[in-house]
Design a protein around this ligand. Structure first.
Ligand code: SF4
Ligand code: SF4
Length: 458
């Protein structure tokens, strides 16, 4: 790990003029359409407290691959420096994990800065043909649940036939197509689970009506997590509404600078849910939840949607957050099991939800909860960052897998499909063994009295 004391305070201060340049934008790297805010840049006092929690700084020890360094580059852009290849590389390397936002004592809104910067990069920076092709392929598939579900059949056959193991052992894919090898290593073991009905009634007295996001990766590759979520919500007294055709929430797009695409997805989701009469909109994927809570900002320029988006965002709750708010009514049966809880970055850092999932897990009789060392450091998944940056992502994954295995827990629990896939792949690479589960699956197993073997497979 880099020595933070040696680097604190080394980045040059942006001039006070930045505070004035602010959101008006200016010449140089950024145009006038939502440039990063000079005022937010000026909030950074260059203390360096964020450095040791930044995964890219931890990996490379380079100032420009730290939050403070990136803020300095944004300041240069606002002062009139052009958007160079080197600047874009440092922005691209940011995982958007928001660990720096948690660590910053000055409350710097790095989340806003990097989101606006990425949108500028995507619009204004010419990428190579290879980069364009890879990004086009990713965004033609990942934000479309139906297209992702089409991948399920061939993937299932590939896994069942033993071809996956054969190819993995040969190392052929890694040599010929590293991106495909990364996707191959991340693919979860598929299970056939029937889709939940469009409306599920509360058990017992109804306490709330909730709309539910089924998600893209979640619905295609982890349908068992959605089924468990529906059962828990019903058991806790919620009517659950799952309208068809809800599509993507836009998280992947907004986190990668594709703002116009994210806006389209957001409008569609609002249209689908806003007349359902829901009290809450529940999400079981951390990355989606953090973006949904920012719909008000995303659609602030759209007079037809600005107020509706803000009203929608106010109803968004992560599953653990909602269950904590409602309080338990369903009986918890014992689960004599040791679990390690992994804070997904977009749950812990972006939404500040850390105590609620732990409280839910601790509420299960017999369950022992263990903490993971370096919990604040990202596992390297970060949406599609691991596909775009396979080598450093694997390094971060290996580091996380080692910390997870060190807990000696039987099950790793987290609330994001990306983290589950990333840590599972890293554990497999190390030859380790640990079962993986979403928080919803653990609670569901307890409420239905299924026993620990349902989670561990043993
Ligand atoms: S979002 Fe994460 S990777 Fe990016 S600068 Fe902050 S800590 Fe580093
Ligand atoms: S972002 Fe915050 S923690 Fe990091 S250098 Fe700036 S003020 Fe310090």
């Amino acid at each position: 790990m880099a020595d933070v004391d040696a680097t604190r305070g080394t980045a040059p201060a942006p001039p006070d003029a930045l505070r004035a340049a602010g959101s008006a934008g200016g010449p140089g790297a950024f145009d006038d359409h939502h440039p990063p805010s000079g005022e937010l840049v000026s909030d950074c006092v260059h203390c360096g407290f964020c450095l040791t929690t930044c995964p890219t700084y931890v990996l490379w020890g380079e100032e420009m691959d730290s939050p403070r360094g990136r803020i300095h580059l944004i300041a240069q852009g606002l002062e009139g420096e052009p958007l160079t290849e080197s600047m874009v590389t440092h922005f691209d390397r940011c995982l958007g994990c928001m660990s720096c936002v948690t660590a910053c004592p000055s409350g710097v809104r790095y989340d806003r800065l990097i989101e606006d910067t990425r949108a500028q990069v995507e619009r204004r920076h010419p990428r190579t043909a290879r980069e364009r092709a890879l990004r086009a392929a990713i965004f033609a598939v990942f934000p479309y649940p139906r297209r992702l579900r089409l991948v399920r059949g061939p993937l299932w056959a590939y896994q069942k036939s033993g071809l996956q193991k054969l190819i993995s052992r040969s190392g052929l894919l890694e040599r010929l197509a590293p991106t495909l090898a990364t996707l191959d290593s991340l693919a979860p073991r598929l299970r056939g689970v029937p889709r939940p009905p469009r409306r599920v009634a509360a058990r017992g007295t109804r306490r709330a009506v909730v709309g539910m996001l089924t998600g893209c990766v979640q619905s295609a590759f982890f349908p068992e997590v959605n089924s468990a979520t529906v059962r828990i919500l019903a058991a806790e007294g919620c009517d659950v509404l799952i309208p068809a055709g809800q599509g993507c929430c836009g998280a992947l797009s907004v986190h990668n600078g594709r703002r116009a695409e994210a806006e389209r997805f957001a409008r569609r989701l609002i249209d689908t849910f806003e007349r359902t009469g829901m009290d809450y909109f529940v999400v079981n994927a951390a990355g989606c939840g953090s973006s949904l809570k920012e719909y008000g900002e995303l659609l602030a320029d759209d007079p037809a949607y600005a107020a509706r988006a803000a009203a929608f965002a106010a109803k968004v709750r992560d599953l653990a957050e909602l269950l904590d708010e409602l309080g338990p009514v369903a009986e918890r049966h014992p689960l004599p099991i040791t679990v390690a809880y992994h804070d997904a970055c977009h749950l812990g850092h972006a939404q500040g939800i850390r105590t609620q999932p732990r409280a839910l897990l601790r509420g299960i009789p017999g369950l022992e909860l263990r903490e993971i060392a370096e919990a604040e450091i990202c596992c390297g998944s970060a949406g599609v960052w691991n596909v775009l940056n396979p080598e450093p992502a694997a390094e971060l994954g290996d580091r996380k897998a080692a910390a997870v295995l060190d807990t000696g827990a039987a099950v790793l629990v987290t609330a994001n499909p990306g983290c589950l896939m990333q840590v599972a792949a890293a554990v497999r690479r190390r030859g380790g063994e640990i079962a993986l589960a979403h928080t919803a699956q653990v609670l569901d197993a307890s409420i239905r009295n299924l026993g620990a073997a349902t989670l561990t497979g043993r």
